[in-house]
Ligand binder design. Structure first.
Ligand code: 26Y
Length: 820
């Protein structure tokens, strides 16, 4: 049996301190006398990192030796957040580190707080990838993540005069969590032309020649499992000029400028994360990023496979590659190219290997998020890949024609090449044709995929190819790390922290739902978390909020389909209602703090208007003496993973209120409930399954259903469209200048009133405010509220990313954990 101390961690705090001091004095070349918190953070991380890399080495040796099936998770985004706390918890070194740091004169929270978030992602999709890495290692799967090492992660958000301003996130100044592998490099080709030649048997082969070369350099980030001997790898690629520092020929001939320019052009590829979430902009540099990353990763994967000297036909038995959305879809084409052009396999044999290897996860049905690339652009950057795409399409359409003769409409609907002006490559279709399984991320979402977006493909390939894997979140970060007191309380009741590895064990706390002391402690923990958030609000916004008020939170990317505008219109309605009351009546109302956070894509003008409206409402409401504690409207700047860890445990009610049928899954809904917060939500994404698990008496659902959306939209456009009377009053207040310059908000209003209300804000408004009023009433019955909170947490076992990863392993990857 495996025990942790044999492998990981520190024997005691003295050993830990010794290591920290050693790093301060040698690696950092400082003395303990002028060791500030930054230096203490660096040294602590380096001490932990030393342990991780030893584990990493052993894990890699074990995985190589056993040679069992490996999983590769390809994602353009890994939203990892901070690593230090997670590393300490996962290798069981936190209490030693806490004591050690104390003796050195530091508080562990301050040291943890020094770390810059690794923010290599936008939102849900990127954070899901990070949760998956945690589960893969915690379940001992031999798995690697592959991504890009962006020099700039998601921008930092500043709020200036109520508007979002973007500031670059330069995060690599000092990053102790990565290991540069200057010896692991891959040359990546772009452009050029294809020359047809013949091999010795007279078979035609394609040679891709010319163009430019950019070098990919590997950076490895060890990802430790919780209480396991497995430390897996996240390999991130960084781009640089292939010829080294400069082109010396140009340099020597005096063309210094252009030699530096070449280098900079190469480095641009991995320079910046595209800040769009669910919005495809089709930029050339993004396509370059995708191919650069995919080609480097596949080269690496194939190189590792070839060391085993197995037959190519065994490739899919040894390797599963998961495509996190369509962003890595070129991997399908690249593997086919490697097998046919370089390794000399026959097309059909190669294609069988390719399609058995890949799985594709779709995260959205929003049309504006579906990737399409102009054929001309692919031709320019990747001429050979375009040929392969055309051949794949031809053979695919031929097989469709055979099965469904003379259905030209069908052929044009499912063609990977959209015959539009200009012609486009439909990446989702390419991903479907190139994979053996396609999954959505929640039941409703997967159903919608199969009945709408991918309907024709279900007809063509059969229903078996399509499946659902409902998302999950890692309970290590989102319960144990974010809410240590709650985790300890649970552990004290049910015999230890086993629930962190088998979240269904949470159901054992339900038997304590009437236990007075337990309930009291439960409520106290929530209150303490709210006090902490209130202090943060005081320190950043200089605003006092009452921790006894109901904390109502909506934190996520700002998007019209997520409907932060519904939330703020609701808050305005609340404000108007309170204003119209007599002082006596007001005293009877439930105080509420309405908290928002999230970034808008820099080019998403409407989303930025929403942020401005929230801040403008806050500026008026928060200083209105008639209102006082009854309503505060707060926008928290620069929402990110580490802030989520503080905000989520402090919520009483959180909002997951997307237009029905638009949110793939949502994962913060799971995090909030896991931390004892209740939720208000629409019948969308994973909200539906959360309801199934925790019981409809423990969730506040409202609004129209997904099956009604189409008819409502139709009626808005072609029938009579009357706006909800309460919403009309909200609009009137805005337009009379109650929240500053009235015209600033015209677009938000006319989207609802004059442009068809695509997101059904008006249709759902009355239902929304009724439900919010019900929440006020129920919150006053704190006993009942705590009961709901405990029962909900007890029933959240299903939403662990461990369950999710086990489903992927069984249904899609056909892979097993490596027992030690
Ligand atoms: C094409 C490109 C601009 C693009 C970039 C990022 C497209 C989409 C995205 C990000 C999508 C995303 O974050 N989707 C979210 O994935 C979560 C994890 O599955 C879901 O919970 C969530 O509902 C979905 O919106």
């Amino acid at each position: 049996a495996w025990t942790r101390n044999k492998f990981q961690g520190f024997q005691n705090k003295d050993e830990f301190e010794k290591e920290v001091v050693r790093h301060v004095e040698t690696t950092l070349a400082r003395s303990m006398f002028n060791c500030d918190e930054t230096a203490a953070y660096s040294a602590t991380s380096l001490a932990l990192r030393d342990r991780l890399i030893l584990e990493w080495n052993k894990t890699q040796q074990r995985q190589t030796y056993r040679d069992s099936k490996r999983i590769y998770y390809l994602s353009l985004e890994f939203l990892m957040g901070r690593a230090l706390d997670n590393a300490m918890l996962n290798i069981g070194a936190k209490s030693v580190a806490k004591d050690g740091l104390n003796e050195l004169g530091f508080r562990i929270e301050d040291i943890i707080g020094q770390e810059h978030d690794a923010a290599l992602g936008n939102g849900g999709l990127g954070r899901l990838a990070a949760c998956f890495l945690d589960s893969l290692a915690s379940l001992n799967f031999p798995a690697w993540g592959y991504g890009l090492r962006y020099r700039y992660g998601i921008f930092k958000q500043e709020i200036i005069d109520g508007y979002q301003v973007e500031v670059p996130d330069y995060w690599l100044d000092f990053n102790p969590w990565e290991f540069p592998r200057h010896d692991v490099t891959v040359d990546i080709q772009f452009g050029g032309y294809v020359r047809k030649g013949q091999d010795e048997n007279g078979k035609t082969i394609a040679h891709w020649e010319g163009g430019e070369i950019v070098q990919a350099v590997a950076y490895d980030v060890p990802t430790p499992g919780y209480d396991t001997p497995t430390t897996n790898n996240l390999r991130l690629w960084s781009s640089k000029a292939a010829s080294g520092e400069f082109d010396f020929q140009k340099f020597n001939s005096g063309d210094y400028e252009s030699s530096v320019a070449d280098q900079q052009r190469a480095e641009t590829i991995s320079a910046v994360l595209y800040p769009n979430d669910n919005l495809d902009r089709g930029k050339e540099l993004r396509l370059k990023q995708q191919y650069f990353w995919v080609a480097a990763s596949l080269y690496d994967i194939v190189r590792r496979f070839k060391k085993s000297k197995r037959a190519w036909s065994e490739f899919p038995d040894q390797i599963a590659i998961q495509l996190n959305d369509t962003h890595p879809t070129l991997a399908v084409v690249e593997l086919q190219r490697i097998l046919v052009d370089i390794e000399g396999l026959d097309w059909d044999d190669a294609w069988k290997i390719v399609t058995t290897t890949f799985g594709y996860t779709n995260h959205t049905v929003l049309p504006e998020a579906l990737e399409k690339w102009p054929v001309t652009l692919v031709q320019k950057l990747l001429p050979r890949h375009l040929q392969i795409i055309y051949d794949v399409n031809l053979f695919f359409l031929q097989s469709v024609e055979k099965k469904f003769p003379n259905d030209r409409d069908l052929l044009s609907r499912v063609s990977i090449i959209e015959e539009s002006q200009p012609k486009m490559v439909r990446m989702a279709y390419l991903a479907i044709v190139g994979s053996h399984k396609v999954n959505g991320v929640a039941e409703l979402h997967s159903d919608l995929l199969q009945t709408t977006l991918f309907k024709d493909f279900v007809t063509i390939f059969g229903a078996d190819k399509f499946t659902n894997v409902t998302n999950g979140v890692t309970p290590r970060r989102w319960l144990h790390q974010a809410n240590p007191r709650l985790s300890e309380l649970i552990a004290s009741k049910i015999g230890g922290h086993g629930f962190l590895k088998d979240l269904t064990a949470l159901n054992k706390i339900e038997q304590f739902v009437d236990d007075k002391a337990f309930r009291k402690e439960w409520a106290e923990i929530k209150y303490a978390n709210k006090v902490r958030l209130a202090k943060y609000i005081k320190s950043t916004l200089d605003l006092n909020v009452n921790p006894s008020a109901l904390f109502d939170v909506q934190v996520k990317r700002i998007h019209e389909y997520k409907r932060q505008q519904l939330n703020i219109f609701g808050a305005i309605h609340r404000y108007l209602t309170l204003k119209a009351m007599s002082p006596e009546e007001r005293k009877k109302q439930q105080p509420r703090v309405s908290i928002y956070g999230g970034k808008a894509a820099p080019g998403y003008w409407m989303a930025k208007q929403i942020i401005h409206l929230i801040n403008s409402v806050g500026a008026v409401v928060n200083k209105d003496p008639d209102i006082g504690d009854l309503l505060k409207v707060i926008f928290l700047e620069d929402y990110n993973v580490s802030k989520a860890e503080m905000i989520i445990p402090a919520s009483d009610i959180s909002e997951h209120i997307s237009t029905a049928g638009t949110e793939g899954s949502g994962t913060s809904n799971m995090k909030f409930v896991l931390n004892g917060g209740l939720i208000i939500g629409t019948c969308d994404g994973a909200n539906i399954e959360i309801t199934r698990e925790i019981g409809q008496e423990n969730i506040f659902l409202f609004g129209n259903l997904s099956e009604d959306v189409e008819d409502l939209r139709h009626a808005h456009t072609y029938g009579t469209h009357t706006i909800d009377p309460n919403l009309t009053k909200v609009f009137e207040a805005i337009q009379s200048g109650t929240f500053g310059e009235a015209n600033d908000f015209n677009a938000l209003i006319s989207a609802v009133r004059d442009h068809g209300d695509y997101y059904l804000v008006s249709d759902d408004f009355q239902s929304y405010i009724d439900t919010q009023n019900m929440i006020d009433t129920e919150y006053r019955n704190q006993e009942e509220w705590v009961t709901k909170s405990i029962r909900s947490v007890a029933r959240m076992g299903f939403f662990s990313s461990d369950r999710c990863i086990n489903e992927y392993a069984e249904v899609i990857w056909n892979a097993e954990p490596l027992a030690v």
